[in-house]
Design a protein around this ligand. Structure first.
Ligand code: ADP
Ligand code: SR1
Ligand code: MG
Ligand code: MG
Ligand code: MG
Length: 423
C-alpha cells in the first residue's frame, strides 16, 4: 500500500513519509535514523505523533482514524474531520497568528495533518491547572483569540457573500456537530448508553437532573441555538485541553469541531473549564487553603476573559471602517441620524445576548462533564471518590444554575461571586 494511504501510521512509515517530502523533511533536522517518533495523543478522538530530530526540533502529525479513539471502533466517526480541522487551523492562523500553530501539509488520503510542533516547555493548560499553576497572561491571550476569530469570521466583518460561502463550507462538518448535539445536548439528560457518573455518590443528583423540566427546556433552547445560529466560525471544542501554554505564550489547537455557530459556545466552553478547575481545586489540596491563591486567580480569569473579550470585540467593531458594507453599520453608520448612539445600543444588545448564551453553554458543558460520556481530568484525578463527589456535586449544581438561570445574571461579577459562594 502506498504510504499516502496508510491508516494508522507506524513510526517507521512516518519517518519514510516525511523523508520523502522535501518541505516536510526540511522541518526535522538530522539523519532520519536518529529521529524519534512518539504517539502522544491524550485526547478523546485522534492519534497524534511527535517527530523529533536534532535539538528537539520537528513537527506534529495528527491522524484521524474512522472512529472515536477513547471508545473504539464501535463508535464510527468521519475521517473528513481532519480536513475541516486543517481548514479551521489555516483560517484561525490567518486571523490570529500569535495563538494558532502553522499547518505545513494536509494529506487527505491518510487524513493526516502535519503541523508546527509546540515543543516543551509548552504543556496542555489543563495539566498546569491541575498542578495549581497560575498563568497571568492567559486571559489576555484567550480573550484575544476569541474576540479576533469570532469577530473577523462574522457578518460584522465579512461581506455577506463571503460569509455565506464560509457558512456553507463549514456546514459540511455536520457529523462533528451531530456528535456535539448528542453528547452535550441530549445524552446527559436521559439514560444514554455511554453516560457515566461517580456512582453511587451522585445517583440522587443525576436522577434529579433527568426529572428536571427546567433543565430540559433550557438545554433544548440551547441545542436549537447551536444548530441554527450561524454567527461566527467557532473552534467548537475550546476546553482547557485544547490550549497549550508556556510562561509567556498561549496556543489554541484541535479545532476539528469547527463550524458556524453561536459565539457563546466557544466562550462558554472555555469559561466552563476554568470553573470546573475551580470546583475541582479542593480535591487537589493537601491541606485546606493550599489552593486559595490559585482559586482567586481562576476567579479573576473568568472575569477577565469575559471583560477583555467584550472590550476587544467592541474595539474591532468600532475599528471597522465607516462606510464599509459590514452589518449593521450599513444601517446604523455614524452618518445616519442618531447613528453613533444607535450603533452603541446595537453593540450593547448584541453582547448582552452573547453573554447569556455564554452562561447557558457554559452550564451545559459543566453538566456534560459530570454526567455524560467524556469527563475532565481535573475531577477524575481526585483519587478519593467521596471527595471527588463533593467537587463534582457543586460543579453540577452550578452548571444547572447557569443553564437554567442564565438570563438572571446581570454581569460576570455575579457569576464569579455565586461560584465562590457555592464552594
Ligand atoms: P484530539 O483531537 O484527540 O483531542 P489533540 O489535537 O487535542 O487531539 O491532541 C492530543 C495531544 O497531542 C494534545 O493534548 C497535545 O499533548 C498533543 N499535541 C497536539 N497538537 C500539538 C502541537 N501542535 N504541538 C505539540 N503537541 C501537540
Ligand atoms: C465521545 S465525546 C468526546 C468529546 O471529546 C472531544 O474533545 C469533544 O469534547 C467531544 O465531545
Ligand atoms: Mg483535544
Ligand atoms: Mg507562530
Ligand atoms: Mg479533538
Amino acid at each position: 500500500m502506498p504510504l499516502s494511504e496508510v491508516k494508522g501510521f507506524t513510526e517507521e512509515e512516518l519517518k519514510r513519509y516525511i523523508s520523502a517530502d522535501p518541505d516536510l523533511r526540511s522541518k526535522v533536522p538530522g539523519d532520519s535514523a536518529s529521529w524519534t517518533v512518539k504517539e502522544v495523543g491524550d485526547g478523546n478522538i485522534n492519534f497524534v505523533f511527535i517527530v523529533e530530530g536534532e535539538g528537539g526540533k520537528g513537527m506534529v502529525v495528527k491522524q484521524a482514524l474512522p472512529y472515536v479513539r477513547c471508545i473504539g471502533e464501535s463508535w464510527p466517526l468521519t475521517e473528513e474531520r481532519a480536513m475541516f480541522e486543517t481548514t479551521a487551523l489555516v483560517d484561525e492562523h490567518a486571523m490570529c497568528p500569535d495563538h494558532v500553530p502553522e499547518v505545513y501539509k494536509f494529506d487527505k488520503k491518510c487524513s493526516a495533518i502535519f503541523m508546527e510542533y509546540l515543543a516543551p516547555p509548552n504543556i496542555i493548560l489543563r495539566y498546569g491547572l491541575i498542578d495549581g499553576v497560575v498563568y497571568r497572561h492567559l486571559a489576555d491571550a484567550v480573550s484575544t483569540f476569541m474576540a479576533t476569530t469570532l469577530f473577523k469570521s462574522s457578518l460584522l466583518n465579512l461581506p455577506s457573500d463571503e460569509y455565506r460561502k464560509k457558512v456553507s463550507f463549514y456546514s459540511d462538518n455536520s457529523p462533528m456537530c451531530e456528535l456535539t448535539e448528542q453528547v452535550i445536548f441530549t445524552d446527559p439528560y436521559g439514560d444514554a448508553f455511554h453516560n457515566r457518573h461517580n456512582s453511587p455518590h451522585l445517583d440522587a443528583e443525576v436522577a434529579e437532573l433527568r426529572r428536571d423540566a427546567g433543565a430540559k427546556i433550557a438545554i433544548s433552547e440551547l441545542k436549537h441555538k447551536f444548530c441554527t445560529h450561524a454567527q461566527a466560525l467557532l473552534h467548537g471544542d475550546l476546553h482547557t485541553g485544547s490550549v497549550m501554554v508556556t510562561d509567556t505564550t498561549v496556543s489554541v489547537i484541535d479545532p476539528e469541531f469547527a463550524f458556524y455557530g453561536p459565539m457563546g459556545f466557544d466562550l462558554g466552553a472555555f469559561l466552563s473549564n476554568i470553573l470546573l478547575a475551580f470546583f475541582a481545586s479542593d480535591g487537589h489540596e493537601a491541606r485546606p487553603g493550599d489552593r486559595d491563591e490559585h482559586r482567586a486567580w481562576l476567579q479573576s480569569c473568568v472575569r477577565d476573559v469575559w471583560n477583555q473579550f467584550q472590550n476587544k470585540f467592541i474595539r474591532l467593531w468600532n475599528d471597522k471602517a465607516e462606510g464599509s458594507s459590514a452589518f449593521p453599520d450599513l444601517l446604523f453608520g455614524e452618518a445616519a441620524q442618531d447613528g453613533a448612539a444607535t450603533k452603541q445600543l446595537c453593540q450593547t444588545t448584541f453582547l448582552r445576548q452573547v453573554f447569556e448564551d455564554t452562561l447557558g453553554f457554559a452550564g451545559a458543558k459543566m453538566v456534560r462533564r459530570i454526567v455524560g460520556v467524556a469527563h475532565v481530568q481535573d475531577m477524575d484525578r481526585i483519587e478519593d471518590e467521596k471527595r471527588r463527589a463533593e467537587c463534582e456535586r457543586r460543579a453540577l449544581l452550578f452548571g444547572k444554575r447557569l443553564l437554567i438561570g442564565r438570563a438572571a445574571f446581570q454581569n460576570i461579577e455575579e457569576v464569579v461571586s455565586e461560584a465562590a459562594a457555592l464552594r
